[in-house]
Design a protein. Sequence first.
Length: 83
Amino acid sequence: MICILAPIMVTVRESLLRRAMSRADVTTAGLADRMNCSHRTIENILTGKPVAHATQLSLRKALGDHYPGAKLFEITLDEDAEV
């Protein structure tokens, strides 16, 4: 059996995040405050940039009861990465 490891990237489904933010009554600036990150990080998340594992955890904690679960994240192959 051959196992090929391919680099992956995790992104956020923008519509689900915006819905969760609305339910949590939090703005992008408020989410950045809750996550202790820059507003630019939130912009990157919302525009489909890859999300680091630590940021995923921080996002989950910041949304609290309004966290929509694992479906918030999308995992895809990172075709631009060098193997």
